[in-house]
Design a protein around this ligand. Structure first.
Ligand code: ATP
Ligand code: MG
Length: 507
């Protein structure tokens, strides 16, 4: 193993009402991939933000390449070779890929920004990483997975020696993840030290050398990955054992609650037909970009439909906008929590109350605070949302806890159809199980539940029925308990070869 390149001792950091880091010890060596693990709110991102100059510590010592450092600015950290890929994508949506990659270190020619030079350099880096994105494209128009690849390319373009990846794979496809792992191995071989934060524990085995575990703002243990087991890792993270990771309940399929016929909406939603029954959970599998998110958005009335019929309890309903959908009892917990799911400047209470104003207001439109408290407290308790109070801004929550608020706000209602888009993205293993229990609870109440997920194990473990999509179309349906990974992958890539062939022809 290489030399110690980062060492942090006795690091403390408090936010109002929270001791985020309490006497934390941390060490990284060159040429290693170290997984930094812990439940939502354990302090992982906060610790790494201190190392990369985003936050300053309250106390403690920090050495980078053997040199002691006090408070760092992000720029100083970058100059020292520390790069961070943030958990929350934070790019300028209206700027191009190249402009984002060189933000703050723009290339200038005779006092004028040289877009051409930045584009050429961005193209070189993207090519080297084999990432297929046009550097001139506006970032806001890219799907989340591509935005995440841009973040990764951006971090790598700074020639980092210490690279921090805060949940880099949370919205990547399996092929993109393979690419990322290849890049990680290459960097490791060059002597780069990598901190890898992830709640997808099954991916650790492919890249990780050592594991550091945190719990409640404290350092719990450091171990070589080879000397530990997954159960040991989990119980160190959670403080107890988790026996059942996928608590599937029996399915008693009842009446058909919801039916979509011949739905078309843009290129990614082509002739979609499916039914949801009471007493079952349907998982939508497929690769990122298969059209699953677009399908849920078209149903929910976020995006316009070109054609198609929607039947609720056998009767046709018209959903022209989100309001129509909510009134009919159809809800969607969306994928992109920052953009669609959460108002980060509002409190947790306001976020949860917002879609439920009809429930918490009296006839005159005045908020009944008792009722509001009841709904919020229940949500916080049910989903174990870690926060000092429901009145703090949603922005101050850890990533996973923000996701829980997105899910929570829809659970207060009596809905008939609940659609979840990547409900457990960035959520720790204990909270995942809580979300599965909640889905099971909805299922037991006779609510039609569907969820989109890119985690194959989750679709296979929780759904009763699996619908697979590829390139905007449904390519097959499987009974979950009989389905194999290969079957799902075959259906999920049915048009892939054709698509690539067509793309090559275009070129
Ligand atoms: N800017 C902030 N203001 C107030 N509290 C904060 C802020 N940032 C983090 N916290 C709090 O500090 C604690 C640690 O948060 P942190 O984001 O480091 O957790 P995490 O381990 O990265 O969790 P996750 O897996 O959910 O991303 C949490 O209780 C969080 O609410
Ligand atoms: Mg985090």
């Amino acid at each position: 193993m290489g030399d110690i390149i980062v060492s942090m001792e006795h690091i403390c950091k408090s936010f109002p009402g929270v001791k985020a880091l309490d006497d934390v010890h941390f060490e990284l060596r060159s040429g290693e991939v170290m997984a930094l693990l812990g439940e939502n709110g354990a302090g992982k991102s906060t610790l790494m933000k201190i190392l990369s100059g985003v936050y300053t510590r309250d106390s403690g010592e920090m050495e980078i390449f053997g040199v002691p450092h006090g408070d760092l600015s992000p720029k100083q950290a970058q100059e020292l070779g520390v790069a961070i890929i943030h958990q929350e994508l934070n790019m300028c949506r209206h700027l191009s890929v190249a402009q984002n990659m060189f933000l703050g270190r723009e290339k200038v020619k005779m006092a004028v920004l040289s877009n051409r030079e930045m584009e050429a350099e961005a193209r070189r880096i993207l090519n080297e990483l084999r990432i297929d994105i046009d550097p001139r494209q506006v970032v806001g128009e890219l799907p989340v997975s591509k935005q995440q690849m841009v973040e990764i390319a951006k971090a790598l373009s700074t020639d980092a020696k210490v690279l921090i990846m805060d949940e880099p794979t949370s919205s990547l496809t399996s092929r993109e993840i393979d690419d990322l792992f290849r890049i990680i191995r290459e960097l490791k071989a060059k002597g780069c030290g990598i901190v890898y934060i992830s709640h997808r524990l099954e991916e650790l085995q492919y890249i990780v050398d050592r594991v550091t575990i945190m719990r409640d703002g404290q350092h719990v243990t450091d171990v070589n990955f080879a000397d530990t087991t997954m159960d040991e890792i989990i119980s160190n993270m959670v403080g107890r054992e988790i026996k059942e990771k996928f608590p599937r309940t029996e399915s008693h399929r009842g009446e058909c609650v919801f039916e979509v016929q011949n739905l078309n909406a843009g290129r990614m939603v082509r002739d979609i037909n499916f039914k949801l029954y009471e007493g079952e959970i349907v998982g939508f599998a497929g690769l990122m970009g298969a059209g699953r998110t677009e399908t849920t958005r078209a149903i929910f009335g976020v995006d316009p439909k070109e054609s198609g019929t929607i039947l609720l309890e056998g009767k046709e309903i018209k959903i022209r906008n989100v309001n129509d959908a909510i009134k009919a009892g159809i809800v969607l917990a969306p994928e992109d929590r920052k953009k669609d799911g959460l108002c980060t400047k509002l409190s947790i209470r306001q976020n949860i109350a917002l879609p439920n104003l009809d429930l918490v207001c009296n006839k005159l439109g005045v908020i009944n605070h008792g009722k509001e408290n009841e709904i919020c407290d229940k949500a916080v308790e049910d989903l174990m949302i870690k926060t000092p109070s429901v009145d703090v801004d949603a922005a101050t929550l850890s990533g996973g806890n923000q996701q829980k608020v997105v899910v929570a706000k829809w659970l207060a209602r009596d809905s008939k159809v609940v659609m979840f888009d990547e409900p457990t993205r960035g959520i720790d293993i204990a909270a995942k199980v809580e979300i599965y229990h909640l889905m099971n609870k909805l299922k037991a109440q006779g609510i039609a539940v569907m969820f989109v997920s890119s985690e194959m194990s989750e679709v296979m473990g929780i759904a009763d029925r699996i619908i697979v999509m590829c390139d905007g179309r449904i390519t097959g349906e499987l009974v979950a308990q009989e389905a194999t990974q290969e079957q799902i992958l075959t259906l999920a890539t049915r048009f892939e070869n054709k698509v690539t062939a067509a793309a090559n022809e275009e070129e």
